[in-house]
Design a protein around this ligand. Structure first.
Ligand SMILES: Nc1ncnc2c1ncn2[C@@H]1O[C@H](COP(=O)(O)OP(=O)(O)OP(=O)(O)O)[C@@H](O)[C@H]1O
Length: 275
């Protein structure tokens, strides 16, 4: 099995390790449990190696395989039933303290979901400024400057005062990414970030994520059903029936080019019609 050494890009120290993790859900009103994850082990003594600083990992696999369950546990918005995770040297078990977890989330982890989750009554600027106000580390002036910079980075400098309802889907997702970056997280967790977007916006968002990943060394873990964006990852991890079944390392992350991709999609659709 190939190790990280096949990847051309330099990666940092391990930032996510998972040890013998299991997750089951209790079905409300019954004694039954659904097992979503079984003995997930991502560590240096495993075929599935730890996720390292600056790595871009895409989680793939069939529906119901456990991708979102795993992402939610990594993001500490859900807890595991067995085993533990190690995020940035913090060991997190099922009984971790809520205050500790919310502080870890606020300071070190950014989330981007398929549905954009912006606060509807706040402008793009206010949405991006909010996590910094909650963290309380920056002065009002500093956080305003940072919010402006982030919105500029994601190409929304001319949309600062727009409410989410006044932004397109692609623009809302860009604002969500700016908000997720507000407190300069080490790790960005993304659940189907392009799931609601058309081809143009999918490429736009993926190129933006690639830039953030490569320029800031932000570790990205992304769930997607879209095989066409696998080329953006350093590593693909496949989950099926609650287990890792396969991993593939990409030597180089390769962005898609809109015109080539549209041409490819046209050909693919034409071939489907013929067959
Ligand atoms: N809150 C929950 N309560 C009960 N069962 C759940 C819950 N969340 C997920 N499950 C179950 O856990 C299993 C894994 O679900 P999960 O959403 O993690 O898979 P997934 O790979 O993300 O699927 P998809 O690709 O369809 O989003 C499924 O059988 C699902 O029905």
């Amino acid at each position: 099995m190939a190790g990280h050494e096949g990847i051309v890009k330099p990666l940092g120290e391990p930032v996510i390790q998972i040890r013998h993790l299991g997750k089951s859900y209790v079905i409300p009103g019954s004694n039954e449990r659904i097992t979503a994850l079984k003995d997930i082990h991502l560590a240096s003594d495993s075929e599935f190696l730890p996720i390292r600083k600056g790595e871009f990992v895409i989680l793939r696999g069939p529906s119901g395989g456990g991708k979102t369950s795993l992402l939610n546990i990594l993001g500490t918005i859900d807890t595991c039933s067995e085993g533990h995770i190690e995020i940035l040297d913090e060991v997190i078990k099922h009984n971790a303290n809520d205050v500790f977890l919310s502080d870890l989330r606020l300071r070190r982890i950014g989330f981007v979901f398929q549905t954009f989750n912006l606060l509807a009554t706040m402008s793009a600027f206010e949405n991006v400024e909010l996590p910094m106000a909650i963290a309380g580390k920056l002065s009002v002036g500093e956080r305003r400057e940072r919010a402006m910079q982030l919105l500029e980075t994601v190409g929304l400098a001319d949309r600062l005062t727009h409410l989410p309802s006044e932004l397109s889907g692609g623009e809302q997702q860009r604002a969500t990414i700016a908000r997720a970056l507000a407190n300069n997280p080490d790790i960005l967790l993304l659940d189907e970030p392009t799931g609601d977007l058309d081809t143009v916006n999918t490429i736009d968002i993926m190129n933006l994520l690639l830039k953030i990943n490569q320029e800031n060394q932000t570790t990205c873990v992304m769930v997607t059903h879209n095989p066409d964006v696998e080329c953006y990852a350093d590593r693909l991890l496949y989950l099926q029936d609650g287990r890792f079944v396969r991993q593939v390392f990409n030597r180089i992350q390769t962005p898609l080019f809109l015109e080539d991709y549209q041409e490819y999609l046209k050909k693919r659709d034409a071939e489907k019609l013929v067959s």
